[in-house]
Ligand binder design. Structure first.
Ligand code: SAM
Length: 264
């Protein structure tokens, strides 16, 4: 997993892009409830990556610990926050063993994270351990309504893979979110989900194709090279035959959802 993120560290921001006004809305959704209750709150983000969520919050002057176990992702983040990071700390560590005291933080943020680690239960337990009474656990994710040309291209790839005898597993993220929700309820918490931002991204079929070719998404990582190569060749031909101009952009309708739980 770590090596995949080292490979995508520099393309991550090109492909998981939030427009500035959306970043701002997400930052507000994650900070306003905490600030209402705690003075000068301390935030921790586990799996902070290149700082898509962290940078706008750090730039607003909050105390923020951005934790990731991948040095390449953290290096991109370090370069972005140079000059504005007076109250930020970048920590290379494993979210399953947080190097922080019990009840020492006001909010823990996890965005697009749980589905990437086997030991998510331990990371969740650790997140709850470091939260102060009344502190917030925020989980966040992007979701689209699945009606875009981007989705159609991914579906076509899945079909091609099936034709080659390979079953692509999708929906791991959603399934994991459901598992985490059950675990939170088991801890006696009351997770509440809310859409905090909506936007439209324009993406061309060529970009959709490149994102699969470059194995940006985690659902592409397990496909063995000997199946991957012929499948993307066939997909490339299909895209060329289907879209007269593969650089024409089509809309993707996105939402950002935050699930909040408060520890007693
Ligand atoms: N939260 C950021 C965002 O939404 O843009 C980054 C999400 S990225 C999909 C997931 C991040 O989790 C990667 O940067 C990866 O290195 C990190 N990660 C994976 N396993 C981890 C672990 N056990 N401990 C800490 N970070 C981890």
């Amino acid at each position: 997993m770590t090596s995949h993120f080292s490979r995508v560290a520099f393309t991550y921001d090109r492909t998981r892009y939030h427009p500035p006004e959306v970043s701002g809305r997400i930052a507000t959704a994650l900070t306003a409830p905490v600030e209402k209750l705690f003075r000068d709150p301390l935030f921790l983000e586990i799996g902070a990556g290149t700082g898509r969520i962290a940078v706008p919050i750090i730039a607003r002057g909050y105390r923020y610990i951005a934790l990731d176990n991948n040095p390449a992702m953290l290096e991109v983040l370090r370069q972005k926050v140079a000059g504005v990071a007076r109250k930020a700390r970048l920590v290379e560590a494993d979210a399953r063993e947080l190097p922080f005291e019990r009840a020492s933080l006001h909010a823990v943020i996890a965005v697009h994270f749980w589905h990437l680690i086997e030991g998510w239960r331990q990371a969740l337990q650790e997140s709850l351990r470091v939260l102060r009474p009344g502190g917030f656990l925020f989980e966040g994710w992007d979701q689209s309504n699945g009606e875009s040309e981007d989705w159609r291209i991914q579906q076509k790839w899945q079909e091609i893979l099936a034709g080659l005898g390979y079953r692509l597993v999708r929906g791991r993220h959603q399934a994991r979110l459901e598992e985490v929700e059950k675990e939170l309820v088991r801890y006696g918490l009351e997770p509440r989900s809310k859409t905090v931002a909506e936007w439209v991204e324009l993406r061309s079929p060529r970009t959709s194709l490149e994102m699969l070719l470059e194995r940006i998404y985690s659902f592409t990582w397990d496909v063995p090279e000997e199946v991957f190569r012929p499948s993307v060749l066939e997909l490339t031909r299909w895209v060329e035959a289907t879209y007269p101009d593969p650089d024409v952009e089509y809309p993707i309708h996105w939402q950002f959802v935050v699930r909040s739980s408060r520890v007693p």
